[in-house]
Structure formats: C-alpha cells, structure tokens
Design a protein around this ligand. Structure first.
Ligand SMILES: Cc1cc2nc3c(=O)[nH]c(=O)nc-3n(C[C@H](O)[C@H](O)[C@H](O)COP(=O)(O)OP(=O)(O)OC[C@H]3O[C@@H](n4cnc5c(N)ncnc54)[C@H](O)[C@@H]3O)c2cc1C
Length: 346
C-alpha cells in the first residue's frame, strides 16, 4: 500500500508529463513525494496516436528534450535509432516515442505511479484531492499535463474518419474509400499529412476546405517566423509543390466563405477534420472550466498546467504572438515556470 499524500502530483504521462516528472526530480523533490497518474503510461497521444507521423521539428530539438533532464538518464540508455539520425533532419515521432517510453519506465521505478484516469479535483484545507475511478489521493501541488483532443466540426450527414486514422496511411487503407468523395477541413501540418495519404487511396475526389492562405515557417537565425503555426519539413514541401504549386487532379480547394461551399460539402460522403486541438478537461466543480495563465502556467494556487492543453505564449520580434507547442517548447515553458510553481503552493 503506497502513501496517499504527496507533495506533487503530475497528471498525464505524455511528453509534457514526462518532462514535468523529470524536472521535479532535477529540482530536488524526492521521487517518493511525487505521484504520477495516467491510464496507460504509453507516452500519451504522442506515442499512441501520432507515432507514424513525420515530425515538423528537427532531430536536434528532440535530442535537446531527451537530454534536458538528468533524471531522464538518456545518455546511459540503450542505442536508440534516433542517436544515429542527422540532427538537421526531421524524423517519425515514433523514433522519439521509443526513448520516451524507456524514460517513462525509468521514472516510474522512482516515483509512485497510479494507473488510472483522474476524474475530479478539489481543494480543501490547502490540499488538492485528486479523485480517480478507484481511489483518492491528496497533494500539495498538482500539474495537469493531460493533452488535447483533435477538434471536430461535426457536420451532419458525412462519415468522420478520425485524425489518428487519416495520418496513418496503413490504417487509412482499411477504410471504405473506393470511389469516395472526402472533405478535408484545415490547412495545418496535419492537413499536409492527410491529403497525400488520401491521394494514395482509391478515392474519387478530395475537397480541401480552408479558411486562410497557407503559412510557412521561415528561420532567421535566433528566431523563426510562424514557428508554431507555420508549415515545416516534408509537410511544407508537399504544400508548396501541390497546393501553392500544381494542384493534383483529384484534389479541389474551396474557401469556407465560397458560395459553392454548401454544394461541394453536400457531394462529400466522408470527412477528416484537421482544424486544431481542444484541451482535455478534468472536472473541478469549485472552479468551473480550468484556465491557465500562459505566461506562468498557473491555473489556481498549487494547480499548474503544461503541454499542448496549457501551452506557453510568445511574441516574436515582429510582434506576432503564438501558443508554443512541441517538446522543446514544453521544456522551455517548464524551465520558466517551475521556479514559480515551487513557491506558489495552495
Ligand atoms: C500530426 C502531429 C504532428 C506533430 N509533430 C510534432 C513535432 O514534430 N514535434 C513536436 O515536438 N511535437 C509534435 N506534435 C505535437 C505533439 O504530439 C503533442 O504536442 C504532444 O503529444 C503533446 O504532449 P502532451 O504531453 O501535452 O499531451 P499528450 O501526448 O496528449 O499526453 C497526455 C496524457 O495525459 C493523459 N490524460 C489525459 N487526461 C487524463 C486524466 N484525466 N487522468 C490521467 N491521465 C490523463 C492521456 O492519457 C495522455 O497519456 C505533433 C502533433 C500532431 C498531432
């Protein structure tokens, strides 16, 4: 029977939760004073849903993340494939998930893991109660690293293909796509993975509904224009050649404000939404919907957020601001926020 009160509880074991557990140990918190809650401990959506996806960030950025925490012990780890990759290139997210799964195992041997979904949070007498399906633990501080779900626009009458299926050409191959007309909403990195995957299937037509011109990331030495919202890597190359270049024969594009929108959507029998992500929620009846301060990650006294659900925000030298999503950004945000969190208890 493990203790039920902790100094820190981290909810979520995706990249952001892994980084938080690592950095808490690095900052001197005793591992047995940390509880770590997740139903799977399989590197989150990053490991489960997106591992076949080609990254939009470089191998060097992932290596930076993997080496960022001494608690990760990455340098002492096995000979992962990523060690042999060109640091300037992109790679599959699965090649990053492999060492992250190994790191999860090392951290899980040191902290107290709770394999469950947290269902409710309450603050009483300056302690957080974290309810799971089967138990309750209490904690001085809680970090939410619970990730986000892909957004759906829920147009009626069209069969939705989940994003995690559409980004995986093998899973997509098992869908009933013969002669189908497929709508794809969005113009994000995911869109540029889904469109070529669909073009490899026996679909009759694809209609890409978009809201704005494509946006490409451009590096300027110490900063990157559209670093978080711009297209990068293979996705950018594919978009330049096929959407801003020569449109493939079976692909049509339609602005969502175009008068033909209803007619074109009416012709589609299936749909993929690549329109961003919605933060997951945990019931916290005292507070209503939990919102974080993007500058410091604070949600409430002793309650903090990190990762894709609670990202940082940065304004670039031109004055343009973006939410910061990606493994390197999570570590940067933690390094900026953790010293504050350590003193902002309930
Ligand atoms: C197509 C695509 C390409 C991408 N490319 C890159 C890239 O090149 N580089 C990069 O750095 N990033 C990339 N990303 C982003 C990256 O995948 C996500 O940002 C990352 O998965 C977010 O990590 P996270 O830890 O915040 O959330 P997740 O990975 O979603 O992990 C959240 C974890 O919390 C758990 N959880 C949720 N609710 C609860 C609860 N109530 N109780 C307990 N546990 C809970 C979940 O089960 C999950 O294990 C990409 C994403 C996509 C979709």
């Amino acid at each position: 029977m493990h203790p039920t009160h902790f100094r820190w509880t981290v909810i979520g074991a995706g990249p952001a939760g892994i980084a938080t557990v690592g950095r808490l140990i690095d900052s001197g918190i005793a591992p047995d004073e940390i509880a770590w809650v997740d139903p799977e401990f399989a590197v989150g959506d990053f490991g489960v849903k997106w591992s076949v996806v080609s990254s939009n960030t470089r191998v060097s950025g992932f290596t930076h993340f993997l080496e960022a925490s001494s608690a990760f012990q990455f340098r002492q780890g096995p000979d992962f494939a990523i060690r042999g990759f060109d640091p300037r290139q992109t790679c599959s997210l699965g090649a990053v998930a492999e060492p992250l799964q190994w790191i999860t195992g090392r951290l899980a041997e040191r902290v107290v893991t709770v394999k469950a979904t947290a269902t409710r949070l309450e603050l009483h007498q300056r302690r957080w109660a974290v309810h799971t399906e089967g138990s309750v633990l209490t904690s001085d501080n809680v970090v939410l690293a619970i990730g986000s779900d892909a957004r759906s626009l829920d147009y009626p009458g069209v069969r939705e293909i989940p994003l995690e299926v559409a980004v995986d050409v093998h899973k997509l191959g098992a869908e009933p796509l013969e002669g189908a007309t497929v709508a794809v909403f969005g113009s994000s990195h995911s869109t540029m993975l889904v469109l070529p995957n669909l073009l490899r299937q026996p679909v009759a037509k694809i209609v890409n509904f978009y809201q704005h011109p494509l946006r490409y990331a451009v590096e300027f030495g110490d900063w990157t224009l559209f670093d978080d919202t711009g297209l990068k890597g293979h996705a950018a190359q594919w978009a330049r050649e096929n959407l801003d270049g020569q449109l493939p024969e079976r692909l049509e594009r339609c602005h969502v404000g175009d008068p033909r929108f209803d007619e074109l959507l009416g012709r589609c029998d299936q749909v993929v939404y690549t329109v961003g992500f919605e933060p997951r929620r945990i019931d916290a009846p005292q507070w209503g919907p939990l919102q974080h301060n993007a500058s410091n990650g604070i949600i409430a006294p002793g309650l903090f957020g990190i990762g894709i659900a609670f990202p940082g925000y940065r304004v670039d030298p031109t004055g343009f601001g973006e939410h910061r999503v990606g493994l390197e950004k999570f570590i940067e945000q933690l390094d900026a926020c953790l010293p504050i969190w350590l003193r902002y208890g309930a």
